[in-house]
Design a protein around this ligand. Sequence first.
Ligand code: S3P
Length: 443
Amino acid sequence: MSHSAELLPMIAHPSGPLSGTAQVPGDKSISHRALILGALSVGETHITGLLEGQDVLDTAKAMQAFGAQVERLGIGEWKVNGVGVGGFAEPEGVIDCGNSGTGVRLIMGAMATTPITATFTGDASLSRRPMGRVTDPLQLFGCEVTSREGKRLPVTIKGATDAVPVRYQTPVASAQIKSAVLLAGLNAPGETVVIETEPTRDHTERMLAGFGATITTQITDQGRVITLQGRPELKPQPVAVPRDPSSAAFPVAAALIVPGSDIRVPGVSRNPTRDGLYITLLEMGADITFDNERDEGGEPVADLIVRHGPLKGVTTPHDRAASMIDEFPILSVIACFATGPTVMQGVKELRVKESDRIAAMVDGLRANGASVEDTEDTMTVHGTGSLPGGGMAVTHLDHRIAMSFLVAGLAAQQPVRVDDGGPIATSFPDFLPLMRDLGARID
Ligand code: S3P
């Protein structure tokens, strides 16, 4: 479902110390994958902690359209009765993935090697984003693809009848490309191999192994070589979705920049392929303790204890970018409250996210009095320890831009406005009540 056309303006006011516990929602990447792998298994997959944001709800609806039974049992508790690898039915209608790049790209992969035809659409943001990065490798399996100019949505895929396995080196660090190829490889005979020169989030590999696929990752001179044996029978698994480190980043950032704050964020994934922001914050001198480190559902998790304190600017190296790709908008806010420059290297992928996130942050931060520069592949914030605020940021249908500026407003000298907070529901539907419970003043 696409976000409604009506804008939902929001304003964040300078707030007193934040305190309490922030129960952030389930991980978005893992939630999409749990529904898709559940749909590709034979039998019933039970999921707890599922993120009930619009992006994931759209994937749930898509899995129903391909023939799986998907049912909500309670808050975050879902069951999926799958149709098995190669068992997808042809959907009657168009598959609308709303705002979700992960949803559309992974689902395209999951159906590309089954002899059915499906057409995919999305909202204005998703319709601007490049799909060729996924449909090009999917065509190597033997499917046929038609798309709008520039390989954009709507895209129609006629799945391969006699799929052949593929060996593919991803041209950019992208877990979505890797995952789409692996999911397509499920219904191809023999070995499908994905090679990535820079590691990206590995939830697909972990979950495929958990569902009984034979999948290996070798670290070689070429990079990570991931090999999947095709045509497995996937066996349903209980999936306990850990809390999303990318969503946790917003209350964490708020606590770091609002003087006197002290909050706890329990059960957050510390998967090393997602940990770049937290490594960076420690380098900046942030007061974060990782308490009660444990393993939950195959993912390392910890309770975060976060306190306000002085921060200094740092450089995030190119090879860390993939492990914090969704966190650069909020890091650029935190960087305003640090002293000295924060230089973010290797970030050009941000230009093809839900919005051009470099342009959106540069414009919005400048409108609020920050000193920021960018090149095609870098963003630099000259931190002064404070932010004047008083400006408006344009969200461009991007949830993370909206949340980043609302967090900025809590610690700025003047309130910060966003033109549209509606997209926040795609990934963090309870953002407002959660932040208000901590003491944030957001209207
Ligand atoms: C995701 C991968 C990342 C990330 C997105 C979620 C995933 O995109 O930005 O929010 O779940 O695989 P890319 O793979 O395009 O970098």
